[in-house]
Design a protein. Structure first.
Length: 154
């Protein structure tokens, strides 16, 4: 599934630029889904010094370059598992409409809560609103697209 929304691409890199995270988990491997072959797009980039891990929801499409773009790549089950509790400064979860067809929403919310301080979303299903009712949510509007930045704390 190739994503083409330029606002999604902009917000991906803008949040990395504004938050300056040391570690990012790209849930759904957004860079892969925009057809990226590096950490750059639209004259923006995710700096090489950032630990950028990916969670591959679309494993049917493989290309060796993504092993170079991401520091490590987790499967959906590895991400949802309680075994790997690596913490990230930022989790990015874009392309929600397609990804939520492939995973249990409450398990995903729990995994994101266990792993990230901030979560960037382009959708906020009701089950997530309930799960994160105490989180600070900042709504970001960009040319008719709505994004959510959740602060889940330390």
């Amino acid at each position: 599934m190739i994503l083409k929304n330029e606002n999604d691409i902009y917000i991906y890199f803008e949040m990395i630029g504004q938050l300056e995270p040391q570690s990012v988990i790209d849930v759904g491997m957004f860079l892969k889904r925009i057809g990226g072959v590096s950490r750059k797009a639209m004259n923006r980039e995710a700096p090489a010094q950032i630990c950028l891990d990916g969670v591959d929801w679309f494993q049917e499409l493989k290309f060796p370059v993504w092993d170079q773009v991401y520091d490590s790549i987790l499967t959906m089950e590895e991400f949802l598992s309680d075994k790997d509790q690596k913490r990230y400064d930022l989790a990015i979860f874009l392309g929600t409409d397609e990804i939520i067809k492939k995973l249990p929403l409450l398990r995903a919310a729990r995994a994101l809560s266990a792993r990230a301080k901030y979560v960037l979303l382009d959708g906020l299903p009701d089950v997530w609103k309930s799960h994160w009712k105490d989180a600070a949510v900042r709504e970001l509007n960009l040319e008719g697209n709505c994004y959510y930045l959740l602060n889940l704390g330390a």
